[in-house]
Design a protein around this ligand. Structure first.
Ligand code: NAD
Length: 441
């Protein structure tokens, strides 16, 4: 019988990659662009393999898999290839007079070394590969740990990535808590973690042992504030599309609607209409609607359905891990659905008397990953921007800010630290070395 070779131990993977990094092979621009082009080839040639895996893990439709994971990553690669040389250019700095007129100073981007990327299950391809684009572009050796909760995607990535990328400097380690714990015991030069804050703390504690810097891309409850002056039919349509994508399992999904009682009442039928326009009257029959990742999350989410009056949805089927797109009204801020990030297809509407109370409501809670504001009034928009803190802010459209490659994507406070995308990924995965030159002559 043919025996599979035992998987390489995390410690051996890191030692091997560090030795390869030391040779300097990852530093030339051509190595970096070659790796990015190979990753792009993987996505174009084998995108269908990934889409099938995403369907198996999350019931993701092919359209959604391409739009939010595969093509998303291709765009990130293209943007990086277009600008990398310019981003990496050394930047000169003015020199103080006491160093003499012949002295010059500049900064240069150095790769960090061997970096670790730990990915979650909800966009298990995009949230692993988009950080990898930045890590490779910055000239690092990379270890990736896909989420065990999206096993088909994890297996597909573990099979495909080594076919396309330089395996001397790139490795996939599959597994769950024991494997991640073993990886975290190693010394990395940066750890990039996407997931929840409980594990974020575990990652940061482990990183502290080696003084390893971390980027933590976490989550939280992202509010959608709706002003009475907004066109509510447009708001309902955009909320429905943003909230129920990937069955609500999106870190920047609008978690709850915050508005006044009259606007809430007017929104209810419009949300019902908008959901039905996207997914039909029975979303379980729509090929475009996803499923909950596993039974544990299904049970957690169905436990939240009693937190308010069901306006639309509420149907569930455990055998299919199906929860209908659901809107809850008359939701008490003290109810279970308002205590934790929902991360599923349930949209509670919470009412406050006015804008001042809405701002207080947001500021009384953890800083969200995103805040969405639907308002025509310039004063209302400006006040929410100035008087609240969130990782990102979207006026009029949920989720879309993260598709702008020139915007940094990341959280603040409980929603995370650090950011990435485009040139911000180069900042994250490089050291900006300060250089002074005083001629000897
Ligand atoms: P998850 O359970 O897949 O965990 C993420 C990673 O942590 C996995 O690779 C897993 O193996 C590892 N892990 C889990 N337990 C661990 C432990 N005890 N020790 C070490 N490693 C461990 O994903 P999740 O946390 O359920 O993801 C959902 C959360 O992620 C939500 O809060 C969501 O908002 C957040 N999120 C944030 C972003 C972002 O970009 N900011 C994106 C997606 C998800």
């Amino acid at each position: 019988m043919n025996q599979q070779p035992a998987p390489e131990q995390p410690a051996d993977v890191v030692t091997r990659l560090r030795a390869a990094f030391r040779t300097g092979c990852t530093k030339p621009l051509t190595w970096r662009t070659t790796q990015l082009r190979r990753l792009r080839e993987m996505l174009t040639e084998r995108g269908a393999d990934l889409a099938a895996a995403l369907h198996a893990d999350l019931g993701k439709s092919s359209t959604e898999a391409y739009r939010t994971e595969i093509d998303f990553t291709i765009r990130e690669i293209d943007h990086t290839l277009d600008h990398l040389e310019e981003w990496l250019r050394p930047e000169s700095a003015p020199v103080p007079a006491h160093l003499g007129a012949d002295a010059t100073a500049w900064t240069q981007y150095d790769p960090l070394g061997v970096v670790l990327v730990i990915a979650p299950w909800n966009y298990p391809a995009q949230l692993l590969l988009a950080p990898v684009v930045g890590a490779l572009a910055a000239g690092n050796a990379v270890v990736v740990k896909p989420s065990e909760l999206a096993p088909a995607t994890s297996a597909a990535l573990a099979r495909l990535l080594p076919e396309f990328l330089d395996t001397e400097t790139f490795a996939v380690v599959e597994g769950g808590i024991p494997e991640t714990t073993a990886l975290l015991a190693e010394r990395f030069d940066h750890i990039f973690y996407t997931g929840n804050g409980v594990v974020g703390r575990i990652v940061m504690r482990a990183a502290a042992e080696h003084l390893t810097p971390v980027t933590l891309e976490l989550g939280g409850k992202s509010p959608a504030f709706v002003d009475p002056d907004a066109d509510l039919a447009v708001v309902a349509d955009r909320l429905a599309r943003g909230k129920f994508l990937n069955a609500g399992q999106t870190c920047v999904a609008p978690d709850y609607v915050l508005t006044d009682p009259e606007t809430a009442a007017a929104l209810e039928p419009l949300l019902t209409k908008a959901i039905q326009a996207v997914y039909g009257t029975d979303a379980s029959a729509s090929g475009e609607y996803g499923r909950i990742v596993n039974e544990r999350h299904f049970d957690r989410l169905t436990g939240l359905l009693d937190s308010g009056r069901v306006v639309v949805g509420g149907d569930t089927d455990r055998s299919q891990k199906y929860i209908a797109p659901t809107v809850l009204a008359d939701v008490d801020p003290a109810s279970p659905v308002m205590q934790e990030e929902i991360f599923g297809p349930i949209l509670p509407i919470v009412t406050v008397p006015d804008l001042d109370r809405a701002i207080d409501f947001i500021n009384d809670r953890d800083k969200p990953l995103a805040l969405y504001v639907f308002a025509e009034s310039r004063t209302t928009r400006d006040r929410l921007a100035a008087e609240t803190s969130s990782g990102g802010l979207g006026y009029g459209l949920p989720l879309a800010h993260l598709t702008v490659s020139d915007l940094p994507f990341g959280g603040v406070g409980e929603s995370g630290m650090g950011n990435y995308h485009g040139r911000y990924s180069i900042e994250t995965f490089s050291h900006r070395k300060a250089i002074l030159n005083k001629p000897l002559g």
